[in-house]
Design a binder for this molecule. Structure first.
Ligand code: SF4
Ligand code: SF4
Length: 449
């Protein structure tokens, strides 16, 4: 066995070395991904993160499992690629996660530095699938924006801030964004920001400000299909003749100023066939700019067509489409976001983290940007985070039996109170990504030898 990627030290220490027992039957550990490439066998341990290339004898013994001990098994046993038949790796993962969470709670330096800010809940578009339907449009006042700066200075613990502007449509509250950023610059607080936006209100002036004042690193801009559908679905208030053209031009402006753009097509059964056209257009307009990624994301919820037919796909349809459409984008050189090999994760989402908070337009603090009801207020700008029950509410994790046998279980953390906890749409795509990564790393390691 030859190690290509070392295991993560901390997890490996907790996971430990497995001793050989010549009296038991061994089988493959459930959380191992096998990749066959150029006549060799590679194993990725999804708990420790270790990637190994097997020698001939080890590869052959895999075909004979389950089996009693043979000397070729030694290293595979030691690094827990194979385990005794009655071993419960699911419980081991649950146990290690629990230890890591307790250690993190004790060791983490205090300080909130991952902040989602709603300058406004108002929006200039009217997408039929918006999850914020019914939310009262409110824009932050100048006083609240000042309080945001005070809050960040007081609670960041001197750490660099990672800010995400969210809404509503955050650019509707662009003045408040600028005001908060000016305050941070004046106090010499280091920060970087990204924005989730429809991109319509950007212009040369705003893009310049975004770079020089907002420290904007990336923009996630969503579209709903090609020109005709986009203009119909977005249904902008006080729209110009062709909002689609305007947004495409603004994407060009952002890219020209060095801002990464993640162009996301929200899709369902009505529009998925238009993705290819979006890719062709992005390819022609932006000439393979490496700052641009184009990909799809499912529309959640249940919506009907004019003829009452359901336009939502089921989980299987969405999973297959996400894989197929994103692969198409990759093959056209329009999706090159880097991903990492999997390993055991124990936190994942901002709602469960003590170093993250979401600030609403009136200064209330919540955990999840998609849950803004008053019963979710866990504090405010003046008093900080002070609702212990809500902190615990967001630190409960789901543990579905249907996931126990999934090889991705160690990296897939599900929050019990997350609205999306029951969805599993990215498994096929993730497995595909991992296989590609393993093949690339195997090729690099072969070249180096
Ligand atoms: S949600 Fe999907 S990817 Fe995650 S562990 Fe469950 S089956 Fe696997
Ligand atoms: S919707 Fe779910 S995954 Fe997203 S922030 Fe909220 S809790 Fe986390």
């Amino acid at each position: 066995m030859r190690t290509i990627v070392e295991p993560k030290e901390r997890i490996d220490t907790l996971w430990g070395i497995q001793r050989t027992d010549t009296a038991v039957i061994y089988r493959m550990m459930r959380y191992v991904i096998r990749v066959d490439h150029n006549g060799s066998v590679f194993l990725q341990n999804v708990i420790t993160g270790q990637l190994v290339k097997l020698d001939q004898a080890e590869a052959e013994l895999l075909e004979k499992l389950p089996a009693t001990f043979t000397p070729e098994m030694e290293q595979l046993i030691e690094h827990q690629f194979i385990v005794p038949d009655d071993f419960d790796e699911h419980q081991r993962v649950v146990g290690i996660r629990s230890i890591l969470r307790k250690l993190a709670d004790k060791q983490e330096k205090p300080g909130i530095n991952h902040i989602t800010i709603f300058p406004t809940t108002a929006c200039n578009a009217r997408c039929y699938y918006c999850f914020e339907k019914g939310v009262k449009p409110e824009t932050m006042t100048e006083q609240t924006a000042n309080d945001v700066v005070e809050f960040l200075q007081k609670h960041s613990g001197g750490k660099k801030l990672w800010i995400r502007w969210f809404g509503g449509e955050p650019t509707v509250g662009a003045d408040r964004i600028s005001q908060i950023c000016e305050g941070l610059h004046q106090r010499e607080i280091d920060f970087s920001s990204k924005i989730t936006t429809n991109g319509y209100l950007f212009d040369e002036k705003m893009v310049e400000k975004a770079c020089s004042l907002w420290n904007l690193d990336s923009a996630m801009i969503s579209v709903d299909g090609t020109r005709e559908r986009y203009n119909r679905v977005k249904a902008y208030v006080n729209a110009c003749d062709d909002p689609y053209e305007q947004v495409m031009n603004n994407i060009g402006l952002l890219l020209a100023h060095g801002v990464h753009v993640n162009l996301r097509m929200n899709f369902d059964k009505q529009n998925y066939l238009e993705f290819k056209e979006i890719l062709e257009e992005a390819g022609n307009r932006f000439n393979g700019n490496p700052l641009l990624n184009v990909y799809v994301h499912q529309i959640n919820g249940h919506y009907q067509n004019v003829d009452s037919s359901l336009i939502q796909g089921d989980e299987e349809w969405f999973s297959e489409m996400i894989l197929e459409l994103n692969n198409l984008s990759r093959s056209m050189g329009l999706l090159h976001k880097k991903s990492e090999l999997p390993r055991l994760e124990y936190k994942w989402c901002i709602a469960a983290r003590d170093d993250a908070v979401t600030i609403l337009p009136q200064g209330q603090l919540v955990s999840c940007p998609e849950r803004m009801n008053p019963d979710q207020y866990k504090g405010d700008l003046k008093h900080g985070v002070n609702n212990k029950d809500l902190i615990c509410f967001w630190k409960q994790f789901a543990d579905y039996e249907r996931c126990w046998d999934c090889c991705l279980f160690p990296e897939c953390v599900k929050i019990l109170n997350c609205a999306g906890k029951d969805r599993c749409l990215y498994k096929l795509e993730r497995l595909n990504q991992i296989k590609e990564l393993v093949c690339n790393l195997a090729d690099i390691s072969a070249d180096e030898q």
